[in-house]
Design a binder for this molecule. Sequence first.
Ligand code: ZN
Ligand code: ZN
Length: 340
Amino acid sequence: MLTGIRQMEMKEVPEPGITNANEVKIKMKVVGICGSDIHYYTQGAIGTQKVGYPFAVGHEGAGIVTETGNAVKRVKPGDIIAIDPAMPCHKCDQCLSGRHHTCRNLRFLGCPGQAEGCLTEYIVMPEDSCFPLNAGLNADHGSISEPLAIGVYAVKKSGGVKGLKTGILGFGPIGMSVMLAAKAQGSGNIFVTDKIDSRLGIAKKEGAIHLGNPLKDDIVKDIQGKEKHGLDVVFECCGQQEAFDQAVDLLKPGGRLIVVGIPEFDRWSMNVENTRRKEIMIQFIRRQVDCVQFSLDLMQSGKINIGNMITHRFPLSKTKEAFDLVASYSDGVMKAMIDF
Ligand SMILES: [Zn+2]
Ligand SMILES: [Zn+2]
C-alpha cells in the first residue's frame, strides 16, 4: 500500500468476501505497473484525484477465480481471468448510451476515492469485469489486455488506420499498445518518437519505419523529409505540449490527431492557424470501452504479440523496487510486472 510520497509498505488487511450475487472473488496472479500508479506513488495525486493513505494501487491485473456469487454465469472457480478495472453503475445516462467508461458513478480499481487497487492477494469484482482467458493465453496476456485495450480503443476512435501513414509520439506501454493495435489493423508506415532510446529500440523491433528522439533530432523536419505530404493520423501518447504541437505540424490537411497521453499540466494550447487551415480533427481518449475482449482475441489469434512489452518482473515483496525502477525510466524498462 502507498503510505506517502515514494513510500510503500506491506500491510495485513481483512480478506474480502462476496456480498452480492453478481460478484467474483479473485486470487491475484500478476499485476502490471501503469504510469498512473507511478503518478500516485511519486506525486500522491493525478489532477484532483488525491491518494488518502494508506492506499493500494494497481489496476492491470489477472488472477484465478476462487469463489462466485449465486448469479454469476460467465466464470467459475479455477478460471484464470483478465480483469477490467472499471465498475460502472449501468444506470446513468452515460452507461445507458454505451459510454460506461465515462459513467457518472464509475468505480475504478486503484483509483483514489473509488476503489482500492489489485496489488493485494484477493479482490472481489463484479462478473462484468471478469474475462476468462481462452486457450493459448496466460495471466500476462490477461494483465496486458488492460493497457492494450486503450491502444485498441484509440485506433478504433481514430476512424481506422488501414493503409495510412501513422505517427506515434511517445512510446511507453500505451504508445506501444497503440502501435500493436495499429499494426493488427493494417496500418501503413508507422513513425515513432520517444525521448528514451531503449524504447525506440523496441519500436524498431516492432517494425517502425522511422524512429526519432526529440532530444537529439528535429523530428518534424526528419519525418517531413520522408513524407512530404504529411501523416494521416498521429497519436499523442506522452501528454507533452511539444508532442501535441509536433503532431499538428506532422499531419496533412484533414489529418486526425488522437490525444491519448495524460499531461501533468491543466491546459493544452494549440496553434490556431495551423489547426484551422489544415482542418485538423482532434479526438481525446478516456481509457477505453468494450475493448478488453477484442484485445484478448487479437492476442489469441496472433495478430498482436506482446513478447516485446514485458521487460521486468518482480515478486510482490519487491513491489517498491519495481515502482522505483518504473519511476526512473531506467534499465530499458517498458512494462514491469508483479508476480504473486
Ligand atoms: Zn493503466
Ligand atoms: Zn453509469
